[in-house]
Structures are given as C-alpha cells and as structure tokens.
Design a protein around this ligand. Structure first.
Ligand code: PGA
Length: 246
C-alpha cells in the first residue's frame, strides 16, 4: 500500500513573516494521515528546516543542479540540499522546462544527482494543451519519464513522479479525475515494465488541486497524492488538501 504524499510547491512566493505564519499553521493542524512536505525557495530552506525539525513534516527544494560542484554560478547542488535536510527536490517542473529550456536528459541528470545524495527527486511530466489536442499526451509523458528511467536504471524505483498537465497548472482548469487516472496508469505501467517497482512508486497529480477537488482526485487508484502550487500558499486550503489525502 502506497502512503499518500502531498507536496506544496511554493514557487517564487513567500517571505520570512509569511512563511513563519504558514508553517506554524501547518504544524498546528497535525497530524495528517498522509506524508506532507513543502518545497520552498532555496533561501528559505534553512529556516524551514529549523521550523519543521522534530515534526513529521518534510521539506525540499524546487530544483537542483545536475552537477556535483564547481564553477556553476547560481546553481545549488544536491549535497547542499542534503545538508539542509531536504527530503525532496522537484525536477523538470514544466515552468523550468519552458522558461529555462530544460531538456528531458537534463531533468534526468538532475534526478540522478539528487538521488546520489539521498534526496528524492519529484520528477514532473506533463503535456501542453496543443499536445493533448493532438493526441500526444501518452507519447509525451512516456518520453519524459523514459529519459529518467534510462538514466537512473535500477534506482528508478526510488523516485516520486508528478503528472502535471501544463494546461492545468495555475489555470483553475483541473484534469478530471478520470483524465488524470488514465495517464497515471500509463506511467505506472511504464515504471513497472522498466523497473519491476511500479507498484511502489508514488505518482502525484498536480495542476489546480484545490480543497474541493482533492478528495476525488486522490481517490483514483493510481493517484497517490498531489503537487500543489497556488493552494499551498493558503494554510486553510493546503491543510484541507492534506486532510483529503489522509
Ligand atoms: P497549481 O500549480 O496548483 O497552482 O496549478 C501546480 C504546480 O505547478 O506544481
């Protein structure tokens, strides 16, 4: 049985006072019947770690360098994330693929770098609206995941996957539970065929998850929780979503 996981993706939001308020609300609302984590901007990791230490809440980053160390101005290594106690690092978010030109292979290399330091990569895959309309959804997500599977080889069963249809992110337009479930089943079958551990890997849904749609999404057979953007910034909404997973 896979334990559900809900991850807040703060993106480039937050401030020290706002974070303190949000995190203390999340702590106060424990316990959750699911694993809960927040992926925060790098500069807030140390404070987040100090605030959440001793609770069962976890934290992580929104990206990681594919390189181990060196002259890569502006990058942050997996070893640094591990030092900050990160359990997770999001890799291949569609905003990074689109605005920073991240390729499938770069995403796979980032996932490998994270795993090598004991940080679990949350590998994001998802199709654009044009790709969905051209019936390319399965081909796109399988191509994106396959780069990661090939690069990680026998470790591919250690990742978390997040299916995030690009047309549903921040748009208020959620995939229906059936649409999401269909893609999740495809991804799980792909993981199973490649690694033999398809039943173990948690596959999260992301894209306009809200308190009023979370329970139905999380009720699908292959949806193991959510990667939540906008609603993760509002304590009451995020708590409600975490409860829907429990
Ligand atoms: P959203 O973002 O919940 O605001 O749609 C999800 C994500 O981008 O991870």
């Amino acid at each position: 049985m896979r334990r559900k996981l809900v991850v807040g993706n703060w993106k480039m939001h937050g401030s020290r006072p706002a974070n303190a308020e949000l995190l203390s609300a999340l702590i106060a609302a424990r316990p959750y019947g699911a694993d809960v984590a927040v992926c925060v901007p790098y500069v807030f990791l140390t404070e987040t770690a100090a605030t959440l230490a001793g609770s069962e809440l976890r934290w992580g980053a929104q990206d990681v360098s594919a390189h181990e160390q060196g002259a890569y101005t502006g990058e942050v290594s997996a070893a640094m994330l591990a030092e900050c106690g990160c359990r997770y690092a999001i890799v291949g978010h569609s905003e990074r693929r689109a605005y920073h030109g991240e390729s499938d292979q770069l995403v796979a290399d980032k996932a490998r770098a994270a795993l090598a330091r004991g940080v679990t990569p949350i590998v994001c895959v998802g199709e654009t609206l044009a790709e969905r309309e051209a019936d390319q959804t399965e081909a796109v997500v399988k191509r994106q995941l396959s780069a990661v599977i090939h690069t990680l080889a026998h470790c591919a069963g250690e990742i978390v996957v997040a299916y995030e249809p690009v047309w549903a992110i921040g748009t208020g337009r959620t995939a229906t539970p059936q649409q999401a479930q269909q893609v999740h089943a495809v991804l799980r079958a792909q993981l199973q065929a490649a690694t033999g551990h398809g039943q173990r890997v948690r596959i999260l849904y992301g894209g306009s998850v809200k308190p009023d749609n979370a329970a139905e999404l999380f009720g699908q057979a292959d949806i193991d929780g959510g990667l939540v953007g906008g609603a993760s910034l509002k304590a009451a909404d995020f708590v409600a979503i975490c409860r829907a997973a429990g």
